[in-house]
Design a protein around this ligand. Structure first.
Ligand SMILES: C[C@H](O)[C@@H](O)CC(=O)C(=O)O
Length: 355
């Protein structure tokens, strides 16, 4: 491969040299993550495997060697991680075959962005139900009466047995979040996503405790910048759904640490994928999670949004609301040259059109 495992081990430790610009957060962390994601893409391409298969075929010791355990050994040691991975070897082949056959369950965010008219909601929901979707996420937080109307509309359309989640994108303070979500409890959301600041771990814990009697969980993670924050969210029982992001965390390496910590705390991972290319990348990580870590699909689902896939050389394949495992070698992150050219700032035609 273009880089040995050794390289993937050393690179995370390079981060410590940029600690004044982070550490392990902000643009430095995002940029380092992008470089490492590219290295994982090259490695998978070099061995002719989609990344999920490269990870699944790796020995547990090799997986563990890619993880930086600094700052998380109080909840997950290298020995515990290895033990978990070795235990999950049992049934691995069957789970891989299950994924190849049925794919990984997904939910859609594409029916209910804030600002859609009721007619749009109804049409998009109708079309999604016809395509086999059973899990729907509704954006909330602008106006509580508007949220009630939209959630009522969606719940009426999808029925009582399908799954509804709500997402506030960090809108509220803690008390406001509890009040607002309690007003939406009648629609039985499985989770409230990003109810408050993504940095407020104890705030999430208070919201989680207050909403538990209503059967509503807390989901967060798309803006959670590193494994140390996820560790504390898990320690504080501040979330019931871990929403890893393939580009926010320090690449595959740090996502591996979070998948294992979530498994240790028995908290399901439901990845964030609401931005360009995020579906393409994170599908690899959640396939690895099911096949080699959690071995469970209970309360687990990967986000899907239906935009911008046309810009990728290996766009996601969704069948009956499931992510079908990628077949092309790599991390599915290669963008079409034509798309890159058109969107190149400031000479690309997309920019010239708006002059
Ligand atoms: C586009 C951003 O990722 C965000 O707005 C989407 C989001 O919060 C989600 O998909 O969840």
């Amino acid at each position: 491969p273009p880089c040995s495992t050794q390289t993937l081990i050393i690179l995370p430790h390079m981060w410590s040299s940029t600690r004044t610009l982070g550490p392990e957060k902000g643009v430095i962390h995002l940029a380092t993550a992008a470089v490492l994601n590219a290295v994982w893409d090259l490695w998978a391409k070099a061995v002719g495997k989609p990344l999920w298969k490269l990870l699944v075929d790796m020995d547990p010791k090799q997986i563990v060697s890619c993880i930086d355990f600094r700052y998380i050994t109080d909840v997950l040691t290298e020995e515990e991680a290895l033990d978990m991975l070795e235990k999950a070897q049992e049934g691995k082949q069957q789970r891989e075959e299950q994924m190849l056959k049925q794919g990984y369950p997904a939910y859609t965010t594409s029916c209910a962005w804030i600002g859609y008219s009721d007619q749009q909601l109804q049409q998009l929901c109708t079309d999604a139900l016809k395509s086999g979707w059973t899990k729907f996420k509704v954006k909330v937080g602008a106006d509580v009466e508007d949220d009630k109307r939209r959630c009522r509309l969606i719940r009426q359309m999808i029925g009582p047995n399908n799954t509804l989640m709500i997402d506030a994108n960090q809108r509220w303070d803690v008390a406001e979040a509890i009040r607002w979500v309690s007003n939406l409890a009648e629609f039985k959301p499985l989770w409230i996503e990003e109810p408050t600041s993504p940095d407020d771990i104890l705030g999430h814990a208070a919201i989680s405790k207050a909403l538990a009697p209503l059967g509503i969980g807390v989901a967060t993670g798309e803006q959670c910048h590193n494994r140390v924050m996820f560790k504390q969210f898990l320690q504080a029982s501040a979330l019931q759904f871990v929403q890893i992001d393939s580009c926010r965390l320090g690449s595959v390496n740090e996502n591996l640490a979070v998948l294992l910590m979530a498994h240790k705390f028995k908290v399901p991972v439901c990845p964030h994928a609401g931005g360009v290319g995020l579906c393409e990348l994170v599908q690899h990580l959640i396939l690895f999670d099911f096949i080699c870590v959690s071995a469970s699909l209970h309360n687990r689902m990967c986000e899907y949004v239906d935009h911008l896939h046309e810009h990728f050389a290996s766009p996601v394949v969704i069948q009956d609301a499931h992510y079908m495992p990628p077949k092309d070698p790599g991390f599915s992150c290669e963008m079409l040259e034509s798309s890159v050219k058109r969107h190149q700032f400031p000479e690309g035609e997309v920019w010239k059109m708006h002059k």
